[in-house]
Design a protein around this ligand. Structure first.
Ligand code: PLP
Length: 337
């Protein structure tokens, strides 16, 4: 029996041997007292990578986004974001509950917000519409199929408004590797940025949120309020340091493999309008009415895939997927009916 090929998400990745060793020998302290040197090293390392003065280590990407919402808004405010962005569609309404905000959503099928529409919505405050107090950009954009936020679009949006911007950069390093634009260059265009260590970078747990010193001091308070202040978290941070040191460049392998799958999807489903060039990083996502049936058919062949909406099929490549796994997926896609 062949082993399962799990392309449901890059969150299924396993920590590397080097991470496990680093965790075992990590020097730890009580981070609630600001006394865990490994957590501090990780926060400093991420802050330097994204070019921000400070960062905080948090248990999850959702919590990083939630802290950002609480930093930038007050209850009753409006936040502009993509219609199927993580913070809008995949956090169980957390922003309404934790920050008391409502979203103005915009279609971002090509991976970036329609700038003029966002600016019009901001301008509508003059017309008595609720004020937009933050903008969330997602880079890469998961629902759009791992699309990279174009730097010129990001810069144009940033320079057109003074509304604070948060980047959900759960997969920011995928964007960096695919585009050659550094994560710091992207992050320079936003006030706060978060990145997950537990996806393509293969760390077991954790995300980082970066921004100004003042925002991160307030962020520590919000993290505590949300129950995300951890104690000897250096065990987790040790794996995170290995992730940042050793796992970024290899994301290019995931992108190459995802493109191979995207070619097969384009070949098999050209009528859907899907183009392999839509696959810029590690995610292949396309619309098809039989998506849930495809998931069942692949499972019968030992391949775990998923859907992110009715009629939207998704496959995600990560460090646990080899070239021969990709060929199994390619073969199975050719057999889908
Ligand atoms: C774009 C994006 N943002 C945020 C998250 C949340 O990360 P976590 O699962 O660590 O809470 C995810 C998780 O899949 C994601 O894809």
């Amino acid at each position: 029996m062949n082993q399962l090929v799990d392309v449901r998400s890059d969150t299924v990745t396993q920590p590397t041997d080097e991470m496990r060793e680093a965790m075992a020998r990590a020097v730890v302290g009580d981070d609630g007292f600001g006394a865990d040197p490994t957590v501090q090293a990780l926060e400093a390392r991420y802050a330097a990578l994204v070019g921000k003065p400070a960062a905080i280590f948090v248990p999850s990407g959702v919590m990083a986004n939630q802290i950002a919402m609480r930093l930038h808004t007050s209850p009753g405010d409006t936040v502009a974001a993509g219609h199927a962005s993580h913070v809008v569609a995949f956090e169980m309404g957390a922003s309404a509950k934790n920050a008391g905000i409502q979203f103005a959503t915009f279609r971002d099928d090509d991976g970036y917000l329609p700038r003029d529409a966002v600016l019009d919505r901001i301008d509508a405050e003059v017309d008595h519409q609720a004020g937009v107090r933050a903008i969330v950009v997602e880079n890469t954009n998961m629902y759009a199929g791992g699309r990279v936020y174009p730097l010129d679009e990001l810069r144009a949006l940033r320079s057109a408004t003074s509304v604070p911007m948060h980047m959900d950069g759960a997969r920011l390093f995928n964007a960096q590797v695919a585009s050659g634009v550094s994560s710091a260059t992207y992050a320079a265009e936003v006030d706060t940025v978060m990145t997950c260590l537990s996806k393509g970078l293969c760390a077991p747990v954790g995300s980082l949120l970066a921004g100004s010193v003042e925002d991160m001091e307030r962020g520590r308070v919000e993290r505590k309020r949300l129950g995300g202040s951890m104690r000897q978290a250096g065990f987790l941070a040790a794996a995170g340091l290995v992730a940042l040191d050793t796992m970024i460049e290899r994301l290019a392998d995931d992108h190459r493999r995802a493109r191979r799958i995207a070619d097969a999807v384009e070949h098999r489903f050209s009528d859907t309008g899907y183009r392999a060039t839509d696959c810029e990083t590690n995610i292949v996502a396309f619309n098809h009415p039989s998506s849930r049936h495809f998931v069942e058919q692949l499972e019968e062949r030992g391949i775990l895939a998923g859907t992110v909406a009715p009629g939207r099929f998704r496959l995600v490549v990560h460090a646990g997927i080899s070239d021969s796994d990709v060929e199994r997926v390619v073969g199975a896609i050719g057999e889908l009916v």
